[in-house]
Design a protein around this ligand. Structure first.
Ligand code: SAM
Ligand code: DTB
Ligand code: SF4
Length: 365
């Protein structure tokens, strides 16, 4: 049975169980709901990199922090198709396209993204997008183009979120998830651990995700990748034990969800990752790059799969392939709806410091 009324205390009690018990319980639930030898392999593609106006304290793509990444304008549909075919040939069943946008704006660029969605859908791969905030109408247009999933993370508990991001609020994120839910696109939403949050915040984020009804079809659990130039550059990496606990707890409270062992795998041993799979992770991001930071080599991942007897999941095993609607049949009507900035005037000291540091560094050059 899927529960939507988990309390923070109950989730904390699960998270803090003796590790062997926690893993055993998670693995038992995992095999009741999923084939434990199948892992979904998803490939990330940064279709528009850097220059983002937001102030997410973890993110190398926020313009204000001046990190070392190479920014790029929106990729062409042909470039995306070539990358998707490459991903398919190396065993990926899903392509997740990420754009460093605060929110989607109607116009030429969004039309180009819709074309990318149609193109990948025709390759018989699941298509996911993560483009920032969305209106209901934009979600509907993505659905019509054949989008399978939309990723928009809650990132942390509502309380800790405010310590990391000031340019939009938790309720804005929930609104986007709600807009996606009104279509037939599946919801992908999770978060990051290792940002300096307490275990209570991890539990708080899981409460928020489990309360969603239906629960998200996929939940990415990212370990922070500390990037130089961001306010979180000095965070110590989370230990593998914390990652296993977070994955196992997520599996127990969201039994039907695909739990994705996401960013941070380059810092984990093969044995550590194997324990995450045992504890209920059944999805990874593959490819030598996440959006801007490194990820394990695909060949190494496939070797690990072989060693563990895991198979990459085929596309559309959880839900039918969505049908794209030809453009002329689209019900699209611009609504002119603007997502609101929910916390005007609010700023985070650590983010302001990082902004200033980046500015001074630039002046020195
Ligand atoms: N701009 C869009 C948005 O924010 O929704 C989409 C791209 S954004 C990079 C997608 C997610 O990547 C973030 O919500 C965050 O959870 C994750 N992420 C970004 N930087 C990260 C980092 N340094 N370490 C771990 N996860 C990160
Ligand atoms: C998610 O939860 N993790 C992915 C995906 N959704 C878009 C992104 C991880 C980004 C890690 C930092 C980077 O490579 O820029
Ligand atoms: Fe922009 Fe997304 Fe990065 Fe936030 S996480 S700064 S919205 S790209």
């Amino acid at each position: 049975m899927v529960r939507h009324d988990w309390t923070k205390e109950e989730i904390l009690a699960i998270y803090n169980k003796p590790l062997m018990e926690l893993m055993y319980e998670a693995a038992t639930i995992h095999r009741k709901h999923h084939n434990p030898n199948q892992v979904q392999v998803s490939t990330l593609l940064s279709i528009k990199t850097g220059g983002c106006p937001e102030d997410c304290g973890y993110c190398p793509q926020a313009a204000r922090y001046h990190t070392d990444i190479e920014g790029n304008d929106l990729m062409s549909v042909n470039q995306v198709k070539a990358q998707a075919l490459r991903a398919k040939s190396s065993g990926s069943s899903r392509v997740c396209m990420g754009a460093a946008w605060r929110n989607v704006k109607d116009g030429e660029e969004f039309d180009q993204v819709l074309e990318m969605v149609r193109t990948i859908n025709q390759l018989d791969m699941e298509v996911c997008c993560t483009l920032g905030m969305l209106t209901e109408n934009q979600a509907q247009r993505l659905a019509e183009a054949g989008l399978y999933a939309y990723n928009h993370n809650l990132d942390s508990s509502e309380e800790y979120y405010k310590e990391v991001i000031s340019t939009r609020g938790y309720e804005d994120r929930l609104k986007t998830l709600d807009n996606v839910r009104k279509t037939n696109v599946t919801v992908c939403s999770g978060g990051i651990i290792g940002m300096g949050e307490k275990i209570e915040d991890r539990a708080g984020m899981l409460v928020a995700l489990t309360t969603l009804n239906p629960q998200p079809e996929s939940v990415p659990i990212n370990a922070l990748v500390p990037v130089e130039g961001t306010p979180l550059e000095e965070q110590q990496p989370v230990s593998i034990w914390e990652m296993i606990r977070m994955i196992a707890t997520t599996r127990i409270v969201m039994p039907e969800t695909q739990v994705r062992l996401s960013a941070g795998r380059t810092q984990m041993s093969k044995e550590g990752q194997a324990m995450c799979f045992f504890a209920g992770a059944n999805s990874i991001f593959a490819g030598d790059k996440l959006l801007t930071t490194p990820n394990p080599d695909v060949n190494e991942d496939m070797e690990l799969f072989k060693e563990l007897g895991l198979q990459p999941m085929k596309p559309f095993m959880k839900k039918d392939k969505p049908t794209s609607v030809p453009a002329e049949e689209s019900t699209y009507q611009p609504m002119g709806e603007k997502p609101k900035w929910s916390r005007p005037g609010h700023s985070i000291e650590r983010n302001e410091e990082a902004k200033l540091k980046a500015k001074l560094k630039k002046q020195e050059v």
